[in-house]
Design a protein around this ligand. Structure first.
Ligand code: TMO
Length: 315
């Protein structure tokens, strides 16, 4: 053989080996471990993604996980992925775990996000606190937002303390002062119960919420605080006197996931949900009353063409 044919033969051999090893490195049968947290879109999306992995022939396991601690669990391999890394709430924990080694950034969803306190649209429409959504209007509306448990102060109903620690108490201290207080809800559901009862009773309410969410459909107006900047939060050395960043929504994975489950990892890296998709996952539970599992089954059935085209699974 001359040099050229040797090269061609070698190339052909390499291709054959690549094909063989391509089959040899099919996804491991070890379960892909998906975390569930305490808000609806995240739980529904866990079962949506798990359903797609199962459609590929993979094994899946779900674990209920702490919303901040999960990044350390991904780093050490107890959990395989996180599919809703919200910048404002989890960005710091995600990057801290990444810096220690073991977590990779598996891409960004199409949806932009905001996690912020605000009022339902009808509070604005009825002009119950003139000047909203500018935060300075709140200073003149202490009575409007006081509740039976707020001791005469204006009340912000924040999500569970495990989500943001003291971000809102710090902000209130820096920007609103002593006439305001922050109450932590026991669960996401407690926020929606408060929305319902405020509407029934015709009173104003100020709660933590986020977008994309099921509340996007009815209208929810976020308070406009001074713009977020790096270093504003107390944890980052500031006084906390700023709003939340308008942020990204990312996916995280254990660094070995692309090697142990190359096909599932590729599909996961291609997943990009937009605001409409995420809002509809939440609405199937929080408005329509489905269980999270049934909501995911319905979402997968109703959107089969979309998710197959997005991920390449079964195409
Ligand atoms: C992370 N969350 C969507 C509850 O703000």
């Amino acid at each position: 053989m001359n040099k050229f044919t040797t090269k061609v033969a070698a190339a052909a051999l390499t291709m054959t080996l690549a094909t063989v090893s391509g089959q040899a490195i099919a996804d491991s049968s070890k379960p892909i471990v998906i975390p569930t947290h305490n808000w609806s879109s995240q739980i529904v999306m866990a079962y949506v993604i798990g359903g797609i992995f199962e459609d590929m022939g993979n094994n899946v396991e779900y674990v209920s996980a702490d919303t901040q601690g999960v990044y350390e669990s991904i780093r050490n391999g107890d959990v395989t992925i996180s599919h809703e890394v919200w910048q404002s709430t989890f960005g710091a924990s995600f990057y801290n775990a990444m810096a220690k080694g073991g977590v990779i950034d598996a891409g960004t969803h199409a949806a932009m996000t905001l996690e912020e306190v605000g009022v339902p649209q009808w509070v604005i429409d009825k002009n119950m606190c003139p000047g909203l959504p500018n935060y300075e209007a709140l200073k003149n509306c202490v009575d409007v937002f006081s509740t039976t448990d707020s001791g005469g102060k204006g009340r912000i109903l924040e999500g569970p303390q495990s989500w943001h620690g003291d971000v809102y108490p710090n902000r209130v201290k820096a920007l609103l002062g002593d006439e305001w207080m922050v109450k932590f809800a026991g669960s996401g559901d407690a926020l929606w119960a408060e929305l319902d009862s405020a509407k029934r009773e015709g009173r104003a309410t100020l709660i933590f919420n986020w977008t994309p969410n099921f509340t996007d459909a009815d209208g929810f107006v976020f308070i406009e605080w001074p713009d977020y900047y790096q270093g504003c939060r107390v944890a980052d050395g500031g006084d906390g006197g700023c709003g939340s960043p308008k942020g990204w929504l990312k996916k995280a994975a254990n660094y070995k996931f692309p090697k142990t489950h190359p096909d599932a990892y590729m599909a996961f890296s291609r997943m990009s949900f937009d605001a409409g998709m995420i809002g509809s996952m939440a609405a199937l539970v929080d408005i329509d009353g489905h269980t999270h599992q049934d909501a995911a089954k319905k979402w997968l059935a109703d959107n089969e063409d979309t998710w197959r085209a997005m991920t390449g699974v079964g195409m």
